[in-house]
Design a binder for this molecule. Structure first.
Ligand code: ADP
Ligand code: MG
Length: 406
């Protein structure tokens, strides 16, 4: 649409400029003609004046106006009474050189030298006779206007042509650039897919190798008393695979949110309950601080997963007997939820990469937990930020717009 408007505008502008230039050019011819006629008329009246006062016409030799090529006066019988070329005076003019008009007339003629000149014929009525004036003027000075106009037209057409060509080139480059960008994006996507595929293969191959190994051992010595322990390891590896598949599905999910109102405190405490077994085993104290009346509007299940992922990370970060604190509150800008642990924190490289899918520093991590959190929180128009005090712990802060409060 925009392309069409621009193209239409360009054509319109070009047409207008061409019309203007052509008109200007035509006017220039008329102006040149008018100038020549003006010069001719003034010379003609000077000649008439002189002829009136000096019947011998001798004084005409003193007349040298600018632009005059030559000047001739013939009488009714075709004899030159005066001619700029003195040799011709008294001679008979050739038929085509005779001026017999009774009326003024003017026009362009080609001289014997090939020069295009302006010829002006005019009868001069004296008391005793009528003379026929033939004036020929050089047009060089008068035609300057035409030459200028021609030059202007040429420059204008040149500029127009150049700008069209330039526009076409720019357009082609833009099209090519766009195609190039699309191609680059596609390649990046493919590269990312390949990278993900490689990581996935790695993530799946390790537990599979474990499962295969333990099963082979059991197969060789079915009666071995250690088999129960190997079976437990097979179950653990299978759980790990299950976990991976679950995380992958969560990360890949594009299902729209289904927002419903729910209590913030219930969300947080629900998360704590899900990790109770682990936290108890590690003797980690988990506290929740949240106003009882804080009602949120969002996808309860997906936000529940965010809380669970953050709690799991915190639990894995703290040592035995550590502390985890979860808070939710209304702030000036909206709603803030924090999860703080007193674990070891993380180094700078980890901080910059935590949201990358498959980035993990754990032997048994999927590296998808925080990537999933980020995706879910952004779908709720929220933000996630990580603050670390090295050696003292980590705080993950989620913020949501005030509109999220139900
Ligand atoms: P995973 O837990 O499977 O490793 P995550 O995306 O949940 O994947 O986390 C990515 C990485 O971020 C973790 O491997 C860990 O290095 C770091 N991390 C996340 N949360 C914490 C935390 N509370 N304390 C220290 N490091 C953390
Ligand atoms: Mg995690």
């Amino acid at each position: 649409m925009l392309k069409k408007v621009v193209l239409f505008g360009g054509v319109l502008l070009t047409t207008a400029l061409c019309w203007f230039a052509v008109r200007n050019y035509r006017d220039a011819s008329a102006i040149a003609e008018e100038n020549l006629r003006g010069v001719a008329i003034s010379i003609s009246s000077a000649v008439e004046n002189i002829a009136f006062h000096d019947p011998s016409l001798e004084s005409l030799h003193g007349l040298h106006p600018a632009d005059l090529a030559f000047l001739a006066l013939t009488d009714d019988s075709g004899i030159y009474r005066f001619h700029s070329n003195g040799d011709l005076i008294g001679k008979r003019a050739t038929a085509d050189q005779r001026a017999t008009e009774q009326e003024e007339s003017a026009g362009r003629v080609t001289l014997g030298t090939g020069e295009r000149a302006y010829q002006y014929l005019h009868p001069i009525h004296l008391p005793d006779r009528t003379l026929h004036l033939r004036l020929t003027l050089h047009t060089y000075r008068a035609d300057t206007v035409i030459r200028k106009a021609t030059l202007n037209v040429a420059i204008l057409f040149g500029l127009l042509a150049a700008s069209w060509v330039l526009s076409a080139i720019i357009y082609r480059f833009a099209v090519r650039d766009k195609r190039h960008q699309l191609e680059m994006a596609r390649r990046e996507e493919l590269a990312r897919l390949g990278e993900m595929g490689a990581m996935l293969a790695h993530e799946i191959r390790n537990p599979l190798a474990g499962i295969k190994g333990f099963a082979q051992v059991i197969g060789k010595k079915p009666a071995d008393e250690r088999n129960a322990a190997f079976a437990a390891k097979i179950v653990a590896e299978t759980l790990r695979l299950e976990h991976l598949v679950f995380d992958l599905l969560s990360y890949a999910r594009t299902a729209p949110l289904s927002p419903l109102p729910f209590q913030a405190r219930e969300l947080l405490e629900g998360g704590v309950a899900l990790v109770r077994e682990e936290s108890t085993a590690k003797e980690v104290a988990v506290s929740v601080a949240c106003p009882a009346d804080l009602l949120l509007m969002g996808d309860r299940d997906q936000l529940g997963q965010v809380v669970l992922n953050l709690l799991q990370n915190a639990l894995q970060a703290v040592g035995h007997g550590g502390n985890i604190r979860i808070t939710a509150e209304r702030s000036e800008t909206g709603i803030t939820i924090t999860v703080t642990d007193d674990g070891d924190g993380m180094d700078n490289e980890t901080i910059t990469r935590v949201f990358e899918p498959f980035f993990t520093t754990k032997a048994r991590g999927t590296g998808l937990g925080l990537a999933i959190c980020k995706k879910i929180i952004e779908a709720h128009d929220g933000t996630i930020a990580i603050a670390v005090v090295p050696g003292r712990g980590t705080t993950v802060t989620l913020t949501f717009p005030a509109a999220m409060e139900a």
